[in-house]
Structures are given as C-alpha cells and as structure tokens.
Design a protein around this ligand. Sequence first.
Ligand SMILES: Cc1ncc(C[n+]2csc(CCOP(=O)(O)OP(=O)(O)O)c2C)c(N)n1
Length: 562
Amino acid sequence: MPPTNQLSGAEAFVRMLQKHGVTHLFGLCGDTSLPLYDALFGLDHGITHILTRDERSAAYMADAYARVSGRVGVCEGPSGGGATYILPGVVEANESSVPLLAVTTDIATTSRGRFTLTELDQESLIRPVTKWNCVIDKASAIPGAVRQAFAQMTGGRPGAVHLGLPYDVQKDPVDEQEIWTEPGLSHYPPSRIVPDESLVQAAASRLREAARLLFICGGGVIIAGAESELQRLAERLGAPVATTISGKGSIAEDHPLALGVVGSNGGTPATRAVVDTADLVVFVGCRAGSVTTERWRHPAPGTPLIHIDVDPRVIGANYKTEVGLVGDACLSLTALNQELDRAGRADWGVESVERAKREKFDAFLALAHSDATPIRPERIVLELEAVLPADAIIIADPGTPCPYLSAYYRQRMAGRHFISNRAHGALGYSLPAAIGASFGRPGAKCVAVMGDGAFGFSVGELETLTRLKLPITLVVISNGGYGWIKAGQSTGYGGRYFSVDFGCSDHAAIASAYGVKAWRVQEPQALRQCLAAAIDADCPTLVDIVSQPLHEARAPVSEWVA
Ligand SMILES: Cc1ncc(C[n+]2csc(CCOP(=O)(O)OP(=O)(O)O)c2C)c(N)n1
C-alpha cells in the first residue's frame, strides 16, 4: 500500500476523471482491470459505472452520451479482446467529431514479450482511429496524460483519444499533489477559434451578391451550439438551410427555410433540385463527404462555394472554395451576422423550400397512408412521428431506418434530437447509443430504430436495458435480411441476390425473454396504438414490425454504394 499522501495509479486515474467532471463511465471488466475496478469500488468519486455486455456497446454508449450532453464520453475495457472490441466505437466517435475517452487496461509492462495472455500493442492498434493516444508506462505520468487526453479530445475539432493503463502502472504510487486539472475541459468546445476578420468580410460580400444562396450544414453546427445564429443568418438572407444526416437539428425542420436532409441517403429529387439551383453554397461544419454530395455531384463541381469549418483540412478537400473560414461555427456565423445588415431575398428561400417539401411529402404521404402489408417503412415513420414528443431523441441504425428517418421524420426542435452513426455506419449502434443518450439527457424519451440485422449485432444489451430499468423504446424494422445490400443487388446487380437473406426471428419474443415489454405488429392499423403504448410505458419496450423489404420499397436513396 502506498503511504497516505500517495495514491495508487488506478486511484490517481479515477481522481483525475472525477476532477475533469466525469460522472458516467461505460465499460466491461477484465483481469487487467482489477486494480481500476478496486479503485472505483474504494473511492468516493460520484462516478456511475454502467456495466455493458460488450466493449463495443460501451464505446457507443459513451459516444451517444457525449453527443446529447455536450460533455466528454468515457468508456473502458480490458486488454487484448477488450481493446479490439472497443475499437469500432472509438473510430465512430473520432470520425464524427465526438469527444470520447477510451480507456483500456493492459498487461504489466514487465510481462511484455513473454507470450502473456492478451498481449497486444494497443497503442499501435488504436493510433489510426484517435486524435491522440498513449499507453502510460509509468504511474507518475498518469495525471499529465489524463490532462493531455481531455485537452486533445475537446480542442479544435473534437475527437477520440485512448489511454492504456498497464496492470503494474495501476498499482504503482502517484503523488497526490499531481492531481490537478485545467478548468473547463469536461465540456466541449472548451474554447473557440475565431475566424479571420478579412475573410469574414470577403464571405459577407459574397453572401450579399448571391441571388440563390443555400446553406448545407453538417454536425458542426450543433456541436458548436450555432443553431440560433444560423437561423438568424438564414432569415436575414432568405436562404434555405439543408443539412447532412449528422446536421439534422441545425434548424427546426418545420421552419419555412428548412429544406431537410440532402444527399444520397435521405435526400430526394426535390431536395436535390434546390441544391442544383443554388448560385452560392455555404457549407457549415460539414465535410462535404460522399453521401452529402452524392459523390461530389450535387453541388456540381464549379458551383461557387464558401466553407466554414473548425478543421482546416476539410476546407478545399472536395471542392474549389472561394472563401474558407477556419473557425468555430457559432463564432463564424455570429461574425457574418454582424457584418451583414441587408434583408435577403426571402422569396427564393421560402418558395423553393415550400415547393421541394410539398413534392417530397406528397409522395411520402401517399405511401405512408397505405394499409399494405408487410407494413411500409413510410407508415412506420409517420406513426412514430405522431406519437413521439418533440424533444425525443431518435437514434437510427443503418439500413432502412437511416434514410427513411433522415428524409421524412420532421424534427420539430433544433438541437441534437437525431443521431445516426454516419462515420462508419456499422450495424448495432442504435441500441447501446440509446442507453448512452438516456444517461446524457435524463428525462428525454430515447428511441432506437434498427433493422433485424442491426438487432442481431446488439441483442446482448437487452439485459443491460432491463437491469438498468431504462424507459427506452426499441423499434425493429424486420424484413428477414440485410435489406440495404439486397437493394443494392436489386438496383445495381440485376437482382442477382447472393447471401443477403437470413431467417425471420420473433424479436418481441426474444425481448420478452430478457424482460423487455414487447409487441409484434403485422397490421398497419395496429401500429400507432402499439407505438404509443411502448413510448408511454415507464419501462424498456420493444416494437417488432414486420416490414416491406427495402428492395421493394421506394427508399429515399439515390445510390446504395457510398
Ligand atoms: C458492421 C457492419 N457490417 C456490414 C455492414 C454493411 N451493411 C450496411 S446496411 C446492411 C444491411 C442492414 O440490414 P438490417 O439491419 O437488417 O437493415 P435493413 O437494411 O434490412 O433495413 C449491411 C450488412 C455494416 N453497415 N456494418
């Protein structure tokens, strides 16, 4: 035992998390984590540990927790398999600009190179998927490494970091006086980057000239809390506001200038037409990636462009840019609002949005009111929208949920109320993410919508859900196969279906066996009542919906390959 003015490495680590305002830790135990768990057991730290059934889930929970709370998400797992299993969540957070701290414990430094069970170069494994990464080789370096980790993950473009804690390092002593922090790093952004004034003026003068200006907003607007400044600027200029999937919530979608999601996943011909008509596009907090731009075709190359992003690498990566503003989205939009005074051409913005929305939703509603079986995905979105409160948080897995909810679920409040894992789109995100989100925003109704393929990836966490008694609702869109890929084989490969169908399971029965209150719905007329009952219940619920397969549906998808 270390003397009284000293802590063990594991205790020092826990104290450093506590000092940085960490209140939730998602993770799964292992041999190399025993000192860490003992420190969590012994100290009075106020951190709630959420035991998961898979490290991947722990990382997804921490990711969603961070997305909805504006705080750092923290997850942990043991050496070897724990590190390899935690990795999918680390990469998703890092690429989605989410501040996530992944902690892995490790074999003792003295056991390296001796065929020790679980030995793995965890630092090398995780390096490509993090902003910063370090396996701490001596206990005295723990406080400094934790400070560095928080600065790195919250500074500039937020992202993921990894800290490795070898077994012996967790037991070695650390001087208590080293336990201190820089203030303000538990939230993001902790400090903001101001855009260059002369570039703000250049951008403002281009905005003044444009007749058909369009904003395309990515996740950066919500991360920066720039929703009000965006709305002010759009109203001032009379410009439509389109979003990426991650940017859904940059503006309330019932606003007359809110165009909705554009791109190959969730965009429709009507929304694309507005993108194609613009004579100046402003990307805000948006990487202008393959899905948003339908592989860099909409906007067409050569369209005059302004790009605002906190990450200089993004600007000019995909499009020739007239003015690039490197800076925080909120400060950049505020600066533009201060620079501009004219009232805009509201007619182009409001009229083009109105026309596009009418065309899009007329087509949608014709299908959504259909009583056909198996139940159409359009009907599911309509009924879900009808029963959900405006402040609900919806998390959409890839497959049917992502394009349908992106396109047709009208998010009535600005802010983070919709999440989809758009960096890698790995299946099985939504269930654990809903658990993380419910801790990140207590009291909000969290709903995970997944295909039956995605359900199979995350089913183990049904036990976590019942253990924690969280009033989360899961919706399974069940079509007996990997529908998205089958649709790709239908449209691009002559309907030569190969190894995309699996058996139909009764997901309601599975959920019931775990103690989740569940319904199986085959008739469209029964859907609203079941969804309403599930949403209202004060316990975990699941609604299993036998649905039209994606390759037979009219999905708002222009390309099945990103
Ligand atoms: C981990 C992972 N493996 C493979 C894929 C490729 N993929 C994208 S969508 C999809 C099918 C999804 O099936 P399901 O969850 O049942 O939803 P559906 O498309 O049928 O609505 C697959 C396999 C993926 N996104 N993630």
